[in-house]
Structures are given as C-alpha cells and as structure tokens.
Design a binder for this molecule. Structure first.
Ligand code: SAM
Ligand code: SF4
Length: 476
C-alpha cells in the first residue's frame, strides 16, 4: 500500500538530489480544479492513501473558505481514524551548542558572541536525564549544534549514557537524535547505539533561499543536507525524520518539498519518513531573516491539515515552539507527537525543571509553551486524548510501526491504544499529583468501557492491575 511502483520515477536515485524547483512551482501555479475534484482527492486520503505531489498542490490551491474548512474537518477525522486519540509525548534534551555554521535564523550560529557555549559533560548529562526521568519522561530527542566535537562517536556515546541512566523506576526507553548530517560510516556508528529516529530538517527545499540563510559552515551545502537521510538509510537507519523550518520561504513550496522528500524515500527505500516536523521560526538571539515569508496562524493550521491528508501514515510532530493555544488548536488536525515539560536551556532541566520561562541568550530560540509535563498531561486528558509514552514497536523490533498501524487490521485497537493506556498508568502511579491521577484513571475507565468484551480487554485489565502493584515496562 505504501510502496507504489508508479512513483518509482527515474529521477529518484539513491543518495541523489531529487528536488526540481521548476516542477514544484509549476504545480503551485497551474494546479487548479473544480470543487468535485478537490473532494475526490480528499476522499482518496480518507481511504488512507498517500497523495501525489499534484494532488497535494490541488489542496494547497483550494482557497475557497468552505473547502478550507472541509480540508481541516477531514484531516481531523482522518487523524482519529488512523491514530485514535493517542498523542505520543517526548522531551528535547540539548547536549551542546557549539556550532561552526552560520544559520541566519538560529541563536547558536557561530558568529553569535552573545550566546554562552556549553557542552554537557558525562556527569551533567546524567543529572539532566535523572531530572527528566523524575518528571516522568520516557522518550527523548537529543539535540546538538553542528561542530567537529559532536561527531558520530560523541553522538553514539551520549545516546548510550542516556539509556544507562535509571532513577527510581524511571528510564529512557527511546533516544531520538537531531544532529548534523553524517557520512554513511558515521550513521552506522550512531545506529549501533540503538537510537530511535534520526531527524534532520532541510529547513527550506528552495535552494536559492537555502543559500541565502546559511551563511557559513558545512550546512551551506544544500545537497549534502538533502541527501543526508539517504545516507542514513544506506547505513541501515530506516527510521528517519524530515522537516522544514516554515517562514524561510513560501510555505506552499516547502510543504510540497516535504511531500516530495517523502515520495523520494518511498521510491528508493520503499518506506517513507517516520516523522515530519514543521517548526515555525521563533524569536532567537541575533535573528537575521527576511520576514516576508513568515507563516500566519491560519496558514499554519491549513498547512498541517493538508500535510495530514497528503501523508496519512506519517507521524507529525508539533513542538513547544508554538504557544499552548496554537498547539491545542492544531493538535486536532493531525499531530501525533508533542513535547511536554520542555526546557531548551542547556543544563536547564536540573536547574529549573521543565516548563519555566527561559533566558534567550542561552538558547537556540524562544519556546512559547512553558507548561510542565504534568500540565500537558492534564490538558490532554481533559480533551479526551490518551497521552502515550509507548515504545513497544521499536523495542520489539516491529520497525515501521506506522506501516503496521495501517497494514495490520485492528493493530491500533489491539496494540497501540492498550500500550498507550499502560504507559499512562505508569506515569499516573509514579509521577502524577493526586488530581492528575484521578483524572487519568477516569479516562482509562472510560476507554475500557468503550472496548469490546474480548480476551484483549481481559489481558489489558490484568496488566493495568500489575502496574498498580509495581510491575513496570509491560506492553503488547
Ligand atoms: N544543529 C543541527 C541542525 O542544524 O540540524 C541540529 C539541531 S537544530 C538545534 C534543530 C532545528 O531547530 C533546526 O533544524 C531548525 O529547523 C530549528 N531552528 C533553528 N532556529 C530556529 C528558530 N529561530 N525558530 C524555530 N526553529 C529553529
Ligand atoms: Fe548551528 Fe543547527 Fe543552529 Fe544552524 S540550526 S546555527 S547548524 S545549531
């Protein structure tokens, strides 16, 4: 279902650039269709089929407010159909902000003299991980500047340290990475550290703009970055995350760039990216960008809804860059993962914990959702979402979990939702204040009532009972 031979275009080759700006602009300028055709395209994605570039361009060009509302509503329905009410939670952990590049939008750029440069040493890293575990986190993404000190061995070593830290019954069960592109050998070294997803954002797929905003360092090389996750695939990392930094260039172009990147992986490696991120530019120390492409809240909501319809089976990540109000709104339209209790100051988790105002001169950019993990849990539970810390598929070697969710009938109901409820129960037992615990168990009871009376429900009730008496890390 995911692998579609007709898109195995000759233009897609291993580790070869694949973006054709003429093709993308042509689609933006010339893809218009009557309302019925737009509805056909929406119906196709409701049938959980990925859209072509042209079909995505049709949705982008649907300007009629009634159609825009329909796109959002259908994205909301598709999200429920595919993912149920689960939202996966994680936290970013900044390891170091040394950087040899000069990205115009980033506070860590080499030329920024104001930022204090720090790299966590082993003890400091352990302290951060303990603080995160004590808050209830189970999934982290480690973030690094791009610098010779942060080579593949360093990245692998930091990931291993994180996995080794245990605090009480706390442990980190999945370590994802957001770091510079590596060569194939480098990706092999990092793979051996048992990482989850390797994330690299292209920032903008528009090469000319890319060169304008990357003023120095290796990151100036557009194609080295564009083909980075191909090299990861060649090294055996099939779990990769792509992204674009919205606000650098026309959002329509970068949205199609993300879909094109997805096609490329499917054509060459028969598997799409695990996740797509779509950060919007936030205030940063020494920010130097042309503001003409900044994306409004309305455009942002629309682009997330279109992306959901375009790639029904790909995880979408929305981070604490966005304020709580925007996050709450956009969550409905297709987001499957969010961070909670985020603190991006290096060393910040043990100093202040998550969820507090931060000092911009020590950070990459400003985040706008400073809620603690517990506040986020309460908000999610209150809206009927099931917060999940599940890592079962990845640990059981069930890679391509999104593929499973689609291809194995009933997979979500039998595996994903029960696992989400169990990881939530662990949080409620180990870390939640009394009120959160009450609200959380109330949601668990509601979800159990909704489940059919079968052996899976009996098993789940048994396992939830085991969690209550202290058993941990159990999953289907
Ligand atoms: N240094 C590595 C790199 O550039 O890929 C890894 C991490 S960088 C710290 C993570 C991402 O943060 C970047 O890829 C970029 O998309 C995003 N970012 C940088 N500056 C930002 C800003 N001012 N607002 C929002 N996101 C930003
Ligand atoms: Fe360095 Fe990454 Fe920031 Fe660019 S985005 S200046 S590479 S940390």
């Amino acid at each position: 279902m995911i692998f579609r031979p007709e898109i195995l275009a000759i233009k897609d080759q291993r580790i070869k650039p694949f973006i054709d700006p003429g093709e993308i602009w042509d689609l933006i300028h010339h893809t218009h269709a009557p309302r019925e055709r737009v509805r056909d395209v929406i119906a196709k994605s409701m049938d959980k089929q990925r859209l072509t570039l042209e079909e995505t361009a049709l949705l982008i060009n649907a300007e009629d407010p009634e159609l825009i509302a329909e796109i959002k509503e259908r994205a909301r329905q598709l999200k429920e159909k595919v993912y149920g009410q689960r939202i996966v939670l994680f936290a970013p952990l900044y390891i170091g902000n040394l950087c040899s590049n000069n990205c115009a939008y980033c506070g860590f750029k080499a030329d920024n003299q104001k930022v204090k440069r720090v790299t966590l040493n082993r003890e400091e890293l352990i302290e951060q991980v303990k603080a995160l575990e004590d808050a209830g986190q189970k999934r982290l993404i480690l973030v690094y500047g791009e610098h010779p000190n942060y080579d593949a061995r360093f990245i692998a070593e930091t990931a291993q340290i994180v996995y080794s830290v245990k605090s009480g019954s706390g442990e980190i069960r999945r370590v994802n990475i957001n770091a510079a592109p590596l060569d194939i050998d480098g990706f092999r070294i990092v793979k051996d550290a048992n990482i989850g997803t390797y994330q690299i954002f292209q920032e903008t797929y528009h090469e000319e703009t890319y060169r304008k905003v990357h003023l120095g360092g290796i990151k100036r090389d557009y194609n080295w970055r564009l083909t980075a996750l191909d090299r990861a695939q060649e090294a055996g990392i099939d779990d990769v995350g792509i992204g674009a930094l919205f606000g650098l260039y026309d959002w329509r172009f970068d949205l199609l760039g993300l879909v094109r990147h997805t096609n490329h992986f499917e054509a060459v490696y028969q598997v799409g990216p695990h996740t797509i991120s779509f950060p919007r530019i936030q205030y940063a120390s020494q920010l130097q960008i042309d503001k003409s492409h900044l994306v409004s809240d309305d455009e942002f909501t629309r682009l997330v809804a279109i992306l959901r319809l375009a790639v029904p089976y790909t995880g979408l990540i929305l981070t604490a860059r966005e304020p709580a109000s925007v996050r709450n709104e956009i969550l409905q339209f297709g987001v499957s993962q969010i961070d909670g209790g985020t603190n991006i100051e290096i060393g910040g988790y043990s100093k202040k914990g998550g969820g507090e105002a931060q000092d911009i001169d020590f950070e990459q950019f400003q985040i706008n959702d400073n809620r603690s993990l517990d506040e986020i849990m309460v908000e999610l539970i209150g809206h009927g979402y099931i917060p999940s810390f599940c890592t079962a598929c990845y640990r059981l070697g069930r890679t391509g979990e999104h593929f499973m969710e689609f291809s194995v009938p009933g997979f979500i109901k039998r595996y994903c939702q029960p696992n989400a409820l169990m990881t939530m129960a662990e949080y409620l037992e180990d870390y939640a204040p009394v009120e959160t615990k009450e609200k959380g168990y109330c949601l668990i009871r509601e979800k159990l009532v909704e489940m059919p009376e079968d052996k899976f429900k009996v098993l789940l009730i048994e396992k939830l009972q085991q969690i209550k008496v202290g058993k941990r890390d159990i999953y289907f």
